[in-house]
Design a binder for this molecule. Structure first.
Ligand SMILES: [Zn+2]
Length: 147
C-alpha cells in the first residue's frame, strides 16, 4: 500500500491511527505544539526515539480530524413519540390535547424514522468507508485504496 500523493509506504488505516491517537491523547498533550511545528516543517527529524515521538504526536493531532462517523441518537425521539402517543390516548376526550399528541407523535415519529433510516442505511456505509480509508503518515493525505 502506497500513498497516492507522495508515494511513501508509510501509510496506515485511519481506524488504527484513530485508536492510537485516542490512547495517546493524555500522555503526549504537552508535546503537541512541538510535533505540529516539526511535521509542518516537513523535514524528517532524527531517528529512533525522536522519530517515534514525532509520529505519536502527529497521530494525536490527527485523531480529531479522522474521527469515525457517528450514529444518530434515538433515545429522545423514542421518548417524544411515546409521549405523543400517551398524550393522544390520555387526551382522547380533549380535542386540543389529542391534536397536540398526534402532532408531537407524528413529528417526532418522522425524525425517529429519519434517524433509523440513517443508522440502518447510511451509517453502516459511512463506517465501512471509514474503515477502508487509509492515511499517509508522511504527508497526511487521506485516501481510499483503489479497487
Ligand atoms: Zn503521502
Amino acid at each position: 500500500m502506497y500513498c497516492s500523493q507522495c508515494g511513501t509506504d508509510d501509510v496506515q488505516r485511519v481506524e488504527m491511527t484513530y485508536m492510537e491517537g485516542k490512547q495517546n491523547i493524555d500522555t503526549v498533550s504537552k508535546t503537541i505544539g512541538a510535533g505540529v511545528g516539526r511535521s509542518g516543517g516537513g523535514t524528517g527529524v532524527g531517528l529512533g526515539g525522536a522519530k517515534t515521538n514525532t509520529s505519536g504526536t502527529a497521530t494525536t493531532v490527527l485523531a480529531d480530524s479522522i474521527a469515525p462517523p457517528e450514529e444518530q441518537p434515538m433515545g429522545l425521539k423514542v421518548l417524544l413519540v411515546l409521549g405523543g402517543i400517551g398524550l393522544a390516548m390520555y387526551g382522547s376526550r380533549d380535542s386540543n390535547m389529542l391534536l397536540f399528541g398526534i402532532l408531537l407523535g407524528g413529528v417526532s415519529g418522522y425524525f425517529l424514522y429519519k434517524a433509523i433510516q440513517y443508522n440502518w442505511n447510511v451509517y453502516p456505509k459511512l463506517l465501512k468507508q471509514w474503515q477502508k480509508t487509509w492515511i499517509c503518515k508522511k504527508c497526511g493525505h487521506v485516501f481510499l485504496p483503489e479497487g
